[in-house]
Design a protein around this ligand. Sequence first.
Ligand code: ARG
Ligand code: ZN
Ligand code: CA
Length: 254
Amino acid sequence: FTGIARIPCVVHVVWNTATQNISQAQIDSQIDVLNRDFRATNSDIGIVPAAFTGLIADSRIEFYLATVDPNGNPTGGVTRTQTSTASFGTDDKVKKSSTGGIDPWPTDRYLNIWVCQLGGGLLGYAQFPGGPANTDGVVILHSGFGTNGTAAAPFDLGRTTTHEVGHYLNLFHIWGDDGSGCSGSDECADTPNAAGPNFGVPTFPHVTCSNGPNGDLFYDYMDYTDDRGMVMFTNDQATRMEACLDTVRTNLPT
Ligand code: ARG
Ligand code: ZN
Ligand code: CA
């Protein structure tokens, strides 16, 4: 794409208890986070040490709640569905009305974001580009979504959705998904080769896989740190996301 890619989103709130029926303000706060994080206008970007600031990218991707529904009618870009399912998992049941969730809007034209209760400590999960249409999108735990309402520390800055949308746009974890080895790759040349995921808020530098003196890029959204520790995408990550929007997901931006 040239200029800015603007992606229409639909948020499917699937709730069992009334608390899980999150507010419009919580939804709006998440869209705001996505727009700041993907344009590198997030106010916490200053925690990146000078050694890594040259890698910071503005992906030129923006997000908005859909204004036209699949039937061509005006919409707020939010659906609300009561379910008898107490907790969902990674089996995609939340993505089908016949299994306690709600079907997606056409996945070639909308980024579908399901928000619900998840079990097993799961914060969210995503489908990579090229997968089945009827399950395409991201699923986010309600208490890891947005910055207010039910959002709970240390995952209350909206970064779970930033991370999952990164996967949705073809980004891999920065440690290469090889356990704690040094042979996996995220296919981005500018992210240092790293062993395994980082958690919490690590102290700079964390050297692994002979990546000294600066070590792992644990400030990246595609690591596993707490929300306040992940603040950037790199230039090569932005290039991969742009390539995805120019090919597999070409009908998405408006
Ligand atoms: N898929 C990861 C999980 O469920 C998401 C990690 C997001 N990390 C974060 N700090 N929000 O564990
Ligand atoms: Zn991930
Ligand atoms: Ca690795």
